[in-house]
Design a protein around this ligand. Structure first.
Ligand code: MN
Length: 148
């Protein structure tokens, strides 16, 4: 049960673990490299069922969620996680290469907290990740100056 890995003692600890659910090998390498370069711990899941299981077991600080996946889709995983009190607070950034008209609305309606179309722009992606990691409590205007 106790798979919580944060060992710090107070709430000022910077969250560090990101689960990437992505079935495309090149995209996975790209996400993993970008996140690792910023010092985040990356957990990789290459299909939907594994993604759901790892989210539940490891309780990451953030999930990067591909939508088109073998097994469960990213939307199904998101709905499942957001319906469970144990996982509903984990922020989820959805990514997709095939954003058709109405897709973004459908994806956001599933409970995702952010959305990014592929191909991913590195600086935008890292800024979005950082904005969820630092989690400004009330103010949206004070980004944490931790990324050089
Ligand atoms: Mn995919």
């Amino acid at each position: 049960m106790a798979s919580f890995e944060a060992s710090g003692s107070d709430a000022t600890d910077v969250p560090r673990t990101v689960l990437v659910v992505e079935d495309n090998e090149l995209n996975m390498k790209l996400f993993s490299a970008m996140l690792s370069s910023q010092g985040y711990t990356v957990i990789e899941a290459t299909d939907g069922n594994l993604g759901l299981a790892l989210a539940q077991q490891r309780h990451p600080n953030l999930i990067i969620m591909d939508i088109q996946l073998p097994g469960m889709t990213g939307i199904e995983i998101t709905q499942t996680l957001k319906a469970d009190a144990a996982t509903q607070t984990i922020p989820i950034i959805a990514t997709t290469a095939y954003a058709l008209k109405g897709d973004q609305e459908r994806i956001m309606a599933s409970g995702c907290d952010g959305y990014m179309a592929k191909p991913i722009a590195i600086s935008e992606f890292l800024a979005l990740v950082a904005s969820f990691m630092t989690r400004p409590a009330a103010s949206k205007s004070a980004p944490h100056p931790s990324v050089a």
